[in-house]
Ligand binder design. Structure first.
Ligand code: ADE
Ligand code: ZN
Length: 342
């Protein structure tokens, strides 16, 4: 039965779906150092402590300045496989049954890494992870600080891999890079049958304008972050009417803003009926995987077990799976709660 209080044990066992995780953001310092040595890449640090010392950010741009250079160690198809497999094993151990994972091909292509290494390595990990009970899919992101032309080129380049990619997203530096800049590649992506989503990072200078463009012009199915809609009642109504999912990431919020997990916003939106979910974003850089994000929220805010259950249900209801699959996963959650013993 539903416990009286939230515990880590209850959080860990809840069946979850993760819809906002960047595979490159799961690169743990240990793996970064191992791949640097194997591939003869000088990353400037030699110990885990030295790597961790570089992990200080005050906003999105300062995070990205640490994040992109770290990717240099990813060179071969096996490196991409190993990275994704490590995340999938960790996610499975934290109760994830289904995940839709972002990746950034442009960040690798510009370094001379073939697109095929990236997609085949990541995709093979998705296939193999079925053996330990996790259903994993890929969302290819356009980097919004690159041109729309480059996004179009990428969309053409991935045509041979069409069946390996579930959806298209938009990430990287939001400042001066509005959704409208990518109208053409996103409408082409929809024509090609991809699902679409977009980052609307927290507390950006143009957050509200960008969210309006994403919802009203691009017609995204989900918003990644997007919690700034709480400032605008019309946007909350719009998101509710269209059943748009919001993929929120408390530990990322904490490190990218001034120590604010945005728990009040998340819980207010939940109260308003918005389909908000909890996710890890870049767990190796922000200090925790999905269950750690649920726990951080529950530790710092007054969150009831019922609210946690709703958050996990939202993560399946807004996943890109069939209605039948949603029904099975929601039943899994109900069974877990029913059988849970305090
Ligand atoms: N790339 C990786 N993490 C990101 C985030 N939180 N926002 C935008 N781009 C990202
Ligand atoms: Zn993100």
């Amino acid at each position: 039965m539903l416990p009286k209080r939230v515990s880590r044990e209850f959080i860990d066992g809840l069946p979850k779906s993760e819809l906002h995780v960047h595979l490159e953001g799961t690169l743990e310092p240990e793996l970064k150092l191992k791949l640097a040595q194997k591939n003869h890449i000088d990353i400037g640090q030699e110990t885990v402590e030295d790597v961790e010392k570089t992990y200080h950010y005050s906003n999105l741009a300062s995070f990205l300045a640490v994040y992109y250079p770290g990717m240099d160690v990813l060179q071969t198809e096996e490196d991409f496989y190993e990275l994704a497999m490590a995340y999938l094993q960790k996610a499975a151990s934290q109760g994830v049954l289904h995940t839709e994972m972002f990746f950034d091909p442009q960040a690798h292509i510009v370094r001379g890494v073939p697109l095929q290494f990236v997609i085949d390595g990541f995709y093979q990990a998705c296939v193999d992870a079925r053996a330990f009970g996790i259903d994993a899919h890929l969302i290819m992101c356009f980097l919004r600080d690159m041109s729309a032309r480059s996004a179009m080129d990428l969309l053409h380049a991935v045509q041979p891999y069409r069946n390996k990619i579930l959806g298209i997203g938009l990430d990287s530096d939001e400042h001066h890079n509005p959704p409208l800049k990518f109208m053409q590649p996103f409408s082409m992506a929809v024509e090609q049958g991809y699902h679409i989503t977009m980052h609307a990072d927290v507390d950006q200078i143009d957050s509200i304008d960008h969210i309006k463009q994403a919802l009203e012009i691009i017609n995204v199915e989900r918003l990644d972050h997007g919690t700034n809609i709480v400032e605008n009642k019309d946007l909350v109504d719009w998101v509710n009417q269209l059943h748009i999912g919001l993929t929120s990431c408390p530990l990322s919020n904490e490190l990218i803003t001034d120590n604010d997990l945005k728990g009040d916003e998340i819980l207010d939106l939940l109260d308003e009926g918005v389909k908000v979910s909890i996710n890890s974003d870049d767990p190796a850089y922000f200090g925790g995987y999905i269950a750690d994000n649920y726990a951080a929220l529950a530790n710092e805010y007054k969150v009831t077990p019922q609210q946690l259950v709703t958050l996990t249900k939202n993560s399946f209801e807004t996943a890109w799976i069939s209605d039948k699959q949603k029904q099975f996963y929601l039943e899994d959650i109900d069974n877990y709660v029913e059988e849970f013993e305090n």
